[in-house]
Design a protein. Structure first.
Lengths: 284, 303
């Protein structure tokens, strides 16, 4: 018995060692971004894995040059990314949760059509609608950072409605009936009784939408008026993709700047993020 | 969805009637956005797949011609094959590794939480940025062999596989961990008392109990594989190209989504064909999703 116990303990220590090595390998690409963002452009390609020293060390030049690199200020892209992500997420949370409550409580034929429409939209890849969607957005002037959240509400409604309906179905009616007897109109019932109960699902949906909108490339690329508005992914793709000679050092500096907020967000909300992702995945 | 409309009967009129009067506030904004952002573009796109068009306002009905052209397009068929192989290889690798990692992390080892944090991290970074991070790494490495990820088809394929694994193993790991934690403790105890060894317990007790997670993860990684776009455009961009004698070209690392995108936006003459390809792509992805739903349902009934 004792031998078996020791063998098991040894196995666990071995696993810990193995996973430590794996973790280092896993973090390696991000580490390379950090290292190369301090390296002079020409050395990024010829000496990718070296530590920046002496002549290859660029100090903060990459960060300073990167700010205006490509003829478009990076700070503007960051600002637009933030605006779109926040507005889009708020719009989705508010209107899909309200609609989900309406759908599950009223449950008319129209409600079911909307609900199944939403479920259907979840299996439609973006390529199916991208051309016509960008034209519609142009016509309706939904091509600015302040109006594109409407498109996100429309195209992203499916998963959010689905998750909220799933949750609302589980709320016992008694509570809302009590509120109605006490003289609450639906508006008050929703905002002071139902909405607070939805908090866990709200957080899960918020996480999924933030991750989606912040990292989304193709939708804003096709919908936004690109000469005026760029988001971070569009900005980075533009630098690497079509802009004459590429300054790899500056690109790495911008990539580093764009992942720092994401990593801070992750480390502070990790529990919610992992829960939200698990909740979103089990939608099937 | 499963228990959806049974509870409708319980909905009292006291609740339903007043809410209905508030439809303009509660239902209309979401439905309006849904019509603009999904329903109209979807049906408009479906219609245009039967037309020749450059802009949405100038179209000419051509029937099934676009579909014929799409299926006769060598680059489209090639990208389908490439995508299918990619999807299957990534499915196997992602799920084997994700399950192994999840299994090890649920064995109460030291530092399990830290490892989980690290493995999940790449999911937070967007596809475009991931693509450029890895293109720097691959090019730094391939530079020693005087080649580049854009010049070598094999490296392009395996580069995409490595990137996708790096990104998605952590995601699937989370789902597997949730599944593994739900395996009843007493069943594992019983297996131990009956003298089952580690492997027997794994295959006879643990795996049958996490079948729902396995179904979800396999289909998720399969559809993710078929829909991959950002990583593809950022890492390989479809390069290297093979130019045919007749002027057409095959992009050797181009996946379905990127092929459709290029058919739409590189020149404006093939937009009808592009829309037809998009419809075929939609049918493919939707079929996979329905297959997943059926498979999950069946498993639930069995249990």
């Amino acid at each position: 018995m004792k031998g078996a116990f020791q063998k098991e303990k040894f196995g666990k220590t071995l696993t810990t060692v193995l996973f430590t090595v794996l973790s280092v390998i896993y973090v390696f690409p991000v580490l390379m971004v950090v290292i190369n963002s301090f390296k002079k452009n020409t050395f990024v390609k010829t000496d990718t894995f070296g530590i920046p020293t002496g002549e290859s060390h660029a100090g903060f030049d990459n960060f300073i040059n990167g700010m205006t690199f490509g003829g478009y200020p990076f700070s503007k892209s960051v600002l637009y990314s933030i605006i779109i992500t926040i507005l889009g997420t708020i719009l989705i949370l508010l209107f899909t949760s309200m609609a989900a409550w309406y759908i599950s409580r009223v449950d008319s034929l129209a409600c079911r059509i909307v609900y199944y429409g939403c479920v259907f939209s979840m299996v439609v890849p973006f390529q199916m609608v991208m051309f016509t969607l960008s034209k519609t957005a142009d016509t309706l002037k939904l091509n600015t950072p302040w109006t594109i959240p409407v498109i996100y509400l429309g195209f992203g409604a499916g998963l959010a409605v689905f998750m909220f309906v799933g949750f609302v179905k589980g709320i016992p009616l008694d509570i809302e009936e009590a509120a109605a007897i006490d003289g609450c109109n639906p508006f008050r019932t929703y905002f002071s009784v139902v909405l607070p109960m939805m908090k866990p699902t709200m957080i899960s949906v918020a996480i999924l939408e933030i991750m989606w909108i912040w990292n989304d490339y193709l939708l804003p690329y096709l919908v936004l008026d690109r000469t005026e508005y760029k988001t971070i992914p569009i900005h980075i793709q533009y630098l690497k993709g079509s802009y004459g000679t590429v300054d790899l050092g500056a690109t790495m500096a911008l990539i580093l700047l764009s992942i720092i907020p994401v990593i801070i967000f992750y480390l502070t909300c990790q529990k919610h993020i992992i829960k939200g992702v698990a909740a979103g995945a089990v939608k099937g | 969805m499963k228990r959806s409309h049974d509870s409708a009967a319980v909905n009292s009129d006291m609740i339903r009637k007043p809410i209905q009067r508030w439809a303009p506030l509660f239902l209309v904004p979401m439905v309006a956005a849904f019509l603009i952002g999904f329903v109209w573009p979807f049906f408009h796109g479906l219609f245009l797949s039967f037309c020749k068009f450059k802009t949405t306002s100038k179209w000419e009905w051509v029937g099934l011609l676009n579909y014929e052209k799409a299926l006769a397009d060598e680059s489209f068929i090639y990208s389908f094959g490439f995508t299918a192989v990619f999807a299957i290889v990534s499915l196997v690798l992602i799920n084997v590794f994700a399950f192994a990692v999840a299994y090890a992390l649920t064995q109460k080892i030291k530092g399990a939480n830290l490892f989980r944090t690290v493995f999940f991290m790449p999911n937070l970074i967007g596809g475009i940025v991931l693509g450029y991070i890895w293109s720097m790494i691959f090019d730094g490495f391939l530079g020693y062999y005087q080649t580049s990820i854009l010049m070598d088809k094999e490296w392009g394929f395996w580069g995409l596989i490595i990137l996708t694994c790096w990104q998605q193993i952590g995601y699937m790991m989370i789902i597997y961990i949730a599944g593994l934690q739900a395996v009843p403790e007493d069943m594992l105890e019983a297996a131990k008392i009956d003298g089952a060894n580690g492997w027997q317990t794994l295959f006879k007790v643990t795996i049958p109990n996490v079948m729902p997670s396995i179904t979800i993860c396999t289909f998720l990684s399969l559809t993710n594989g078929f829909k991959l776009f950002d990583q593809n455009i950022a890492l390989t961009g479809g390069y290297p190209y093979i130019i045919n004698p007749d002027g057409t070209s095959v992009h050797t690392t181009e996946m379905l989504a990127l092929n459709i995108y290029n058919t739409f936006y590189v020149g404006a003459n093939t937009r009808g064909v592009a829309q037809a390809k998009a419809v075929l792509f939609f049918i493919l992805v939707a079929t996979l999703a329905i297959a997943q739903l059926t498979a999950t349902r069946k498993k639930e009934v069995q249990q």
